[in-house]
Design a protein around this ligand. Structure first.
Ligand SMILES: Cc1cc2nc3c(=O)[nH]c(=O)nc-3n(C[C@H](O)[C@H](O)[C@H](O)COP(=O)(O)OP(=O)(O)OC[C@H]3O[C@@H](n4cnc5c(N)ncnc54)[C@H](O)[C@@H]3O)c2cc1C
Length: 225
């Protein structure tokens, strides 16, 4: 038996080989990688899409966003620690609908600035109260882990995550929907754009639909593969 795929994309090759092993199908009908993976997606044989994985680092996002992201249980995560890292210089991520209204923008700025001031005072006060503690790293960690309780969902964070194509498809479906929160929807759309370059045959069935607010929603005829 001789068979050669027509894609150079590693993850697409892996999924095609995995699928062809299942069916012992090496070239009769559905000869191209796109045809073969297209059929896999159509019939919902999603497990063969689990063999290729991608890593993403997302920065400039809020803790609201990461709280939603980490609900996706098939991704692996590493996130900036608020216990080890001082948050007194951290940024805050403002929702576009608030930023667009000057009065609401002021309300929002006042609120986040007040939490920053409270955070700084709490860290200083706690470090003073814990002055007897000889381990300085532990002392700082104990102060920051308690003081962070006043920081808002808007606090900027960074997260590294890894996921396979099947899990990424599911994330793009759920979080690219117009019903999803705007910040995570923007990330889902950005992830889709990257994946359509990285593995076009695995994400070929997705389209982007413009929404009235100028953002986009993702669409596919093959959900929950
Ligand atoms: C528009 C929107 C609104 C939302 N609102 C809320 C809300 O108000 N409150 C809230 O708590 N959450 C909310 N969520 C989050 C949602 O409930 C899910 O937790 C999140 O989208 C992760 O998706 P998932 O459950 O499909 O699981 P994932 O972790 O992404 O897993 C993918 C798939 O794997 C399978 N799977 C994973 N784990 C298990 C398991 N333990 N047992 C069986 N099958 C499993 C399921 O088929 C699942 O769909 C919302 C999500 C969206 C998109």
């Amino acid at each position: 038996m001789t068979w050669q795929t027509d894609t150079e994309v590693g993850a697409e090759r892996l999924s095609e080989v995995a699928g062809r092993v299942c069916y012992m199908s090496y070239g009769k009908g559905r000869k191209t990688n796109r045809e073969f993976l297209g059929h896999i997606i159509e019939v919902g044989h999603g497990s063969v899409l689990e063999h290729g994985v991608w890593c993403f680092v997302v920065t400039g996002v809020s803790r609201s966003f990461t709280h939603e992201l980490i609900r996706h249980r098939h991704f692996s995560y590493s996130q900036l620690s608020q216990r080890y890292v001082d948050e007194s210089d951290s940024d805050f991520v403002e929702p576009d609908v608030i930023a667009a209204d000057p009065e609401l923008h002021r309300v929002w700025c006042d609120a986040v600035n007040a939490t920053r001031i409270a955070y700084d005072r709490l860290v200083k006060g706690l470090e003073t109260n814990l002055a007897d503690m000889t381990d300085k790293t532990l002392r700082r960690k104990m102060a920051r882990q308690a003081a962070r309780s006043v920081l808002p969902n808007a606090t900027e964070t960074k997260i590294f995550f890894t996921g396979n194509a099947r899990a990424l498809r599911h994330f793009i479906e759920l979080r690219g929907s117009e019903h999803a929160e705007v910040e995570i929807r923007k990330v889902a759309v950005a992830v889709l754009r990257i994946m359509q370059r990285e593995a076009p045959n695995v994400f070929a069935d997705y389209t982007l639909e413009p929404l009235p607010d100028g953002t986009f929603a993702t669409r596919t005829a093959h959900p929950k593969v």
